[in-house]
Each structure stands twice: as structure tokens, then as C-alpha cells.
Write a protein that binds this ligand. Structure first.
Ligand code: ADP
Ligand code: ZN
Length: 610
């Protein structure tokens, strides 16, 4: 899909250059340092040449004599001869009018020494450095030329290549509607310019991971039939200071050349983080990059048709400057899909796969509350893979059901060996959950119980499915939920009178709910409707921070503990009251390993056999 690709020079190129450099040094530089090419002659010849007046100059060295002779054409030739004990030599040379010197052992000139000792290592050092820099720049997608080191890695997709339209995005109607205006502008900018309307320069797509933000941005480009530049915030933050800013500059330069176009910046929070949150010194590099981004956004003329879309799942961390008018002043929420949305996402992705007629997307959608679009797309694919593995030509309901579990709970660990004793404990534990759920009036119906372990670490699980989409939770439902979580451990206690580590996840989840009841939902008598905790980030797991003093925090803990203890007792009571059913259902589950909600209810509602 990448159109712009800078051809990288292979390593061999650099090796060849190095070899050439060495050869040049050998051919031209070293000979100057070494002794010139000379011929050896005997002392007699030397004397004869002096008498003949051929010798031009003589150098008397420690253990030999070097001299030059001018030949007919005036060229110099160098000879050496051995040194003899010849006291008359100087007179001879004087008489023959020859220049002569006595030299100390030949040394390289100070200039050459300076070059060799200082300049050459420096040149080699710089050359190696440059080579490494270029290699790194190449790795980061930049050009092989030092001058284009900061060239941005933004990929260009032209219309045909994003190939996405709003039809590819299931659900997300509000987001699509908000983005439709941008599409319209890119189609027909005149209409807006004539009336003097300010078209937004940028829109911020806000929502949890995998909800289709990238997909939506691509669809905007596809619908508008304009090029699509995309870059991730993390790619801006380079290892060399100044690189990020250079990339921003380059990205905008490219974009303006290709206008009208869409620029998509994923994970903008990595560069757009609030500048105050980084501590006093902060992160210079990131700050520079952010400043450059702000400058560029202010600098370009929106009428040209460059629209910047950015995505984040942490909008609250963004620097306020980014959200000011004329920058990302539009916020488009992209939420997790609801029941209908999930069904639509499944259907969109099922179009590319051969599906059996019996497939019930609604049932799958109901079982996947909380799944993102990406999860659902993944489920369809997993289902297709399973169908192939089973040697079938189309995907059926069981494939999809299986893939739901694969995606939500990890792959089945068929080959892991679990002792019979553990299996029995796990069975009681799971039936404990299911039985407690079934015996309470505010819990969701049991959909499936299994003791087949998952790679995610769950040894078994009980799946409950709400009948409709739920957005509110009553106090009774919250308590029943906690009691249901307690049911697993309670069964182990009731039957074996001992506890295992198998309830750790239940404990964690139950505590979370109980805590929220006290601190956020106003469901405890002690604190009534006082806000005790605030959610920092509604899009990422919802981590919270306390708003209260440490004494109050201790009281909160007491209150939470009270809720959990009450629910735990209630779960034990339910199981004590239904012990025969607990045994019967556990036996059945142990045999079958996986049972459906209907099977469960049939056994539960049947008259006791004895
Ligand atoms: P994000 O950018 O929000 O993290 P992506 O756009 O990368 O999510 O979504 C990942 C994949 O999930 C998409 O390529 C698409 O296959 C699927 N997907 C997510 N949401 C939807 C949706 N609403 N409709 C269709 N497919 C979706
Ligand atoms: Zn459990």
C-alpha cells in the first residue's frame, strides 16, 4: 500500500565505498610517506656518475647513500648505494658541484604526521557515524540521505487504496454523521467557502481500542476520494531530539502538496500529552513535537482541504492547547458497540466468509456484551479458521460460539492435564456460581457452564447472558452479582469445607463491584450519595482515584467488606438449601464438561429423584 518508498542502499554499498577509500589511500597518500621507488647500484657506479656530472643531489643517510640523477629528458631518477668508508666523498661531491646533505633517519613530515594522527581518525569516525545514522534513518523509514533524515514515515494511501467507505463501518451512526460533514466539505469546498463557513481543521476520534477509529478515518478518505496520510503518535517521538518536530513539519509539507487529503494521527496522546503532566522538566522531545504540531495546525489554510483526524483513547490526558478552536475542536465519540451494533459488525465481517444458513448473529451479539468491533471481527475469523480445521465448507453456529470463547477467554487447553480431584472441585465451584445465580431474582440467566480450561488461565467458567442490553444496574442486581461471584467459593466450602485459590478472579471482580457501590454508585447507607472516588479515564479500564481523607478511606474499606461478607453468607445459605441439586448438577457437568443453560435449568427444575 505504501507508494512512497525510499530505496535503501544495501550494506554492500557501504563496504565497497570503504574498500575504495582504502585503495585511494594506498595509491596516493601512502607512497608519499613511504620511500620512493629506487634502484640499487654499486659504489663504483655512484662514483662514476659523479665524475660524469650526472648526479643532481645526494643524501647521505645513516647506512646508505641516496642520490638523484637527471636523465636526458630532465626527469629525476633515484638510486641508493651502500655507504663506504670514503673520507674523500665530500671533496668529490664539492668538486663535481653536487648538492649534498646528511640527513637524520627519514621521518614523515610534521604535516603528514598531523594528518595521520588527528585528521584521519576524525574522518573515519565521522564517516562511521554518518553510516550508522543513515542506517538508523533507513530503519525509521527515512531516506538514505542525511539531508532527508527527518523525513516523515507517513504512508500515502490514495483513494483506491484505502478502499474503505462508511458501509464498511458497522454501527457508529453518530460518528459517521459527524464525519459526513468533512466528507461533504472535501467533495465540495466551494459551497462552504462561498458562505464563509469555517470548516474544522481537525476532529478528534475518541473511544476505546478496537472500536474502528482508524477504520472511520480511512472511510472518510475513501468516501471523499482523497489521499490518506497516516502516522502514529509514537512514531513521532524519535530517539534523536528534534526528529519528531522535523517529522511533523515534513508530514504537513507532504499533506499540503497532496491537498485535498486526510491526515490521520493515531495515538495522538503520545505526543499530545498535557505539557504540565510531565513534571518540571517534562519531555523536551515530546514537547517540541507537540509545539511543532500546534504551529503547523495554526499555519495551514484549511480552505486548501487538509483535514486532520486524530485518534485517542485517553482524551483527558491531552494538552488543552490541542483542543482549542482551530485545532482539534471537534470531538467524535466512537464507543463500544451496543447489541445492535455488535450484530451489525458481525454481519459486515461475515460477508467475506461463507456462512451456514443457521447462523444466528443475534445470539452471538447477545453473548458478547463489551466486545469491541475488533474483537468481533476476530471472532468471525476464528470461526472461519475452526470451520476449516473441522473440514467444513462453511462456518456454522458452533464455530462462532467456540470462537466467542476463544476471543473472550483464550484458546481451549485440551491437552492440559487436570487431576480428577481438581476437576471435581472446579465443577462444584462452577455449579456453585450457576446455582446461586439461578436462585436469585435479579441475576442474568445462565447461558453456559464449562470446566474446559482456557489458556487465559480460567479453569472453568459460568457464562451468564443478559436478556437485553443493560446500561443501568440496580442495587439488587449489584448485590446479586456479588453473591453470584461468591457462589463458587461458597460451594467449595459447603462441600469440601476447605478453600482453594480458584476464586481469586471472583474475589477481585466482586470487590470491584462492592467498592463502586460504596464509592461511586451511592448504594451504601454509611455514605449515602457522597462522591468518594472519581474515574480517571472512562475509556481505559476505568481506574479511579480517591477523593477523601485516609480515615474515610478506612471506613470505605469497612463498608465494602460488610457488603462482601453479607453476600458470601447469602451464597452459602443458598447452596446449603439446595445441596442435593448442587450434587446432581455437578455430577452432570463433570460428565459432560460443558452444559448449556437449558440443560442446567431442566435438571434444576426437575423434581428431585429421591
Ligand atoms: P481503533 O483504531 O479504534 O483501535 P480499528 O479501526 O483499528 O480500531 O479497528 C480494528 C479492526 O476492527 C478494523 O480493521 C475492523 O476490522 C474491525 N472493526 C472495528 N470496529 C468496526 C466497525 N464498527 N465495523 C466494522 N469493523 C470494525
Ligand atoms: Zn469462580
Amino acid at each position: 500500500m505504501k507508494i512512497q518508498k525510499n530505496p535503501k542502499k544495501p550494506l554492500i554499498y557501504y563496504i565497497l565505498v570503504s574498500v575504495m577509500v582504502v585503495m585511494v589511500l594506498n595509491a596516493f597518500v601512502f607512497p608519499l610517506i613511504m620511500e620512493q621507488k629506487v634502484s640499487q647500484v654499486d659504489y663504483g657506479t655512484f662514483l662514476k656518475q659523479i665524475e660524469q656530472g650526472k648526479v643532481d643531489s645526494v643524501e647521505i643517510q645513516d647506512n646508505q647513500i641516496g642520490y638523484t640523477v637527471l636523465d636526458g629528458s630532465g626527469r629525476e631518477k633515484v638510486y641508493v648505494t651502500g655507504k663506504m668508508d670514503d673520507p674523500d666523498l665530500v671533496n668529490r661531491l664539492y668538486d663535481a658541484n653536487v648538492k649534498f646533505t646528511k640527513v637524520v633517519p627519514k621521518e614523515a613530515s610534521p604535516f603528514l604526521k598531523f594528518i595521520l594522527a588527528w585528521i584521519l581518525p576524525l574522518v573515519i569516525f565521522i564517516a562511521v557515524g554518518q553510516f550508522l545514522m543513515r542506517k538508523m534513518a533507513g530503519k525509521m523509514g527515512g531516506g538514505a540521505n542525511a539531508m532527508t533524515f527527518g523525513k516523515s514515515k507517513a504512508k500515502v494511501y490514495v483513494e483506491a487504496q484505502t478502499g474503505k467507505t462508511f458501509a464498511d463501518v458497522a454501527g457508529q451512526e453518530e460518528a459517521k454523521e459527524a464525519l459526513q460533514e468533512i466528507v461533504d466539505f472535501l467533495h465540495n469546498p466551494k459551497k462552504y467557502q462561498e458562505i464563509g463557513a469555517n470548516i474544522p481543521k481537525g476532529a478528534l476520534l475518541v473511544g476505546p481500542p478496537g472500536t474502528g477509529k482508524t477504520l472511520l478515518a480511512k472511510a472518510v478518505a475513501g468516501e471523499s476520494k482523497v489521499p490518506f496520510f497516516s502516522i502514529s503518535g509514537s512514531e513521532f517521538v524519535e530517539m534523536f531530539v528534534g526528529m519528531g518536530a522535523a517529522r511533523v513539519r515534513d508530514l504537513f509539507k507532504q499533506a499540503q502538496e497532496k491537498a485535498p487529503c486526510i491526515v490521520f494521527i493515531d495515538e495522538i496522546d503520545t505526543i499530545g500529552k498535557s505539557r504540565t503532566s510531565g513534571g518540571p522538566s517534562g519531555n523536551d522531545e515530546r514537547e517540541q513535537t507537540l509545539n511543532q504540531l500546534l504551529t503547523e495546525m495554526d499555519g495551514f489554510d484549511a480552505d486548501k482541504g487538509v483535514v486532520i483526524l486524530a485518534a485517542t483513547n485517553r482524551p483527558e490526558t491531552l494538552d488543552k492547547a490541542l483542543l482549542r478552536p482551530g485545532r482539534f475542536d471537534r470531538r467524535v465519540p466512537v464507543e463500544l458497540p451496543d447489541l445492535l451494533g455488535r450484530e451489525q459488525v458481525l454481519k459486515v465481517h461475515a460477508q467475506k466468509v461463507k456462512m451456514a444458513d443457521d447462523v444466528d448473529f443475534n445470539a452471538i451479539a447477545r453473548a458478547t456484551s463489551g466486545a469491541s468491533g475488533a474483537d468481533l471481527a476476530n471472532m468471525i475469523n476464528e470461526g472461519a479458521l475452526r470451520a476449516v480445521k473441522m473440514g467444513r465448507k462453511e462456518v456454522n453456529q458452533s464455530d462462532l460460539e467456540e470462537s466467542v470463547e476463544v476471543v473472550l477467554a483464550g484458546y481451549q487447553r485440551k491437552n492440559s492435564v487436570i487431576s480428577m480431584k481438581d476437576k471435581l472441585t472446579i465443577s462444584y465451584h462452577e455449579i456453585g456460581h450457576a446455582l446461586v445465580a439461578a436462585k436469585q431474582s435479579h441475576s442474568a440467566p445462565v447461558h453456559k457452564i464449562t470446566i474446559i480450561p482456557r489458556t487465559s488461565g480460567a479453569l472453568g467458567y459460568t457464562m451468564q447472558v443478559e436478556e437485553g442490553e443493560k446500561v443501568l444496574m440496580s442495587k439488587e442486581e449489584a448485590l446479586d452479582k456479588i453473591t453470584t461471584f461468591m457462589g463458587g467459593r461458597a460451594a467449595e466450602e459447603v462441600i469440601f469445607n476447605r478453600v482453594t485459590s480458584g476464586a481469586s478472579n471472583d474475589i477481585e471482580q466482586a470487590t470491584k463491584i462492592a467498592r463502586s457501590m460504596v464509592t461511586r454508585f451511592g448504594m451504601s447507607e454509611e455514605f449515602d450519595m457522597m462522591a468518594l472516588e472519581t474515574v480517571n479515564n472512562p475509556y481505559l479500564g476505568g481506574d479511579t482515584s480517591l477523593l477523601v481523607s485516609s480515615e474515610t478511606a478506612a471506613k470505605i474499606d469497612d463498608e465494602v467488606l460488610k457488603i462482601i461478607k453479607t453476600c458470601h453468607q447469602k451464597a452459602i445459605q443458598i447452596l446449603e438449601d439446595n445441596k442435593p441439586k448442587l450434587h446432581e448438577l455437578t455430577k452432570y457437568l463433570l460428565e459432560k464438561e460443558t452444559i448449556t443453560g437449558e440443560e442446567f435449568m431442566t435438571i434444576l427444575e426437575a423434581k428431585e429423584s429421591n
